[in-house]
Design a protein around this ligand. Sequence first.
Ligand SMILES: [Zn+2]
Length: 260
Amino acid sequence: MSDQRSEQDSKLSLAYIFKHHELLVDQHLQLPRVEKLDSDLNFIAGDQIIARDLHIEEAIPEGLQWIPIRQLISQWSQVEFEQASRAMQLLEWRRNHKFCSHCGSETEVHSSEYAMVCPACRYHQYPRVQPCVITVITRGDDEILLAKNAKNKSNMYGLIAGFVEVGETLEAAVQRETLEEVGIKLKNIQYLSSQPWPFPSNLMIAFKAEYDSGDLVLQEEEISDAQFFKFDQLPEIPFAGSIAYAMIQHVIHQTPMHKK
Ligand SMILES: [Zn+2]
C-alpha cells in the first residue's frame, strides 16, 4: 500500500495553478502536487514544476486555497516570488499568443523553448518584458520627492515611474518621465536595482537621482500632488516588498536594495 502511494506521489508535480492573478497554495502557502497534463507549461526542465491555468472542470484538492499573488510578495522570499511571477507571465503570454501576429494562423507551442510558432509562416513569438524606469529623487541631505498618482484614490505617495520608449536609453527615460510628470531636471542618475513585476509583464529598473533645477509643475492627468518631503515627515508610502519601498528605505536609511 505504501509502495503504491509513493509511486503515485512520484508521478505528481509541484504546480503553479492560477486563476487570473490568484495562485493555489496549501495552508502553509506551499505549492501543491498535482497530476501533470499534456497542456501544462513545463516550467523548469527536469525539476517537475509545471504551471497551468485552472481548468474549468478541475476540482480543487482539499486543504488548498486561492491567494492573490500580490500578497505572496511579503510572505515568500524574493526568489520564490520571482519564480511564481515568471510562471504567471509565461502563462499569460501563451494565452495571448494563440494566433500568429504576422499572418493570423493558429500557433503551436514550441517543443523545447518558450516560443509560440506559426506552422504557416514559421514566425516565432517570444515572451517580452516591458522595461519601466522608477526613480527615487532626493534634494539636499534630507528631502525626498514623492508623488500621488491621479488614478490612485488612496492617500499613498509613490515614486516617479514610466515606460521606456522605443530607441531611448534608460537614463533618458528617467529624465523625460520626471520632466513630463513633475517638471524638474535631475543630475547624478545612478542605477540601483531591478525587479520583475508581473502586472502584466514589466521589468522595473530602479534609479536614484538628485534634484538639479526647475519648479514642481504637475502633469495633472498623471499626478494629483507631488512634494519634497523631509525624511522624518513622510506621508503614506508603498507597501514593504515593492521596489518603491526598498528604494525609499535605501536613500533614507541606507538599507540594502535586496532582501534575501
Ligand atoms: Zn504566421
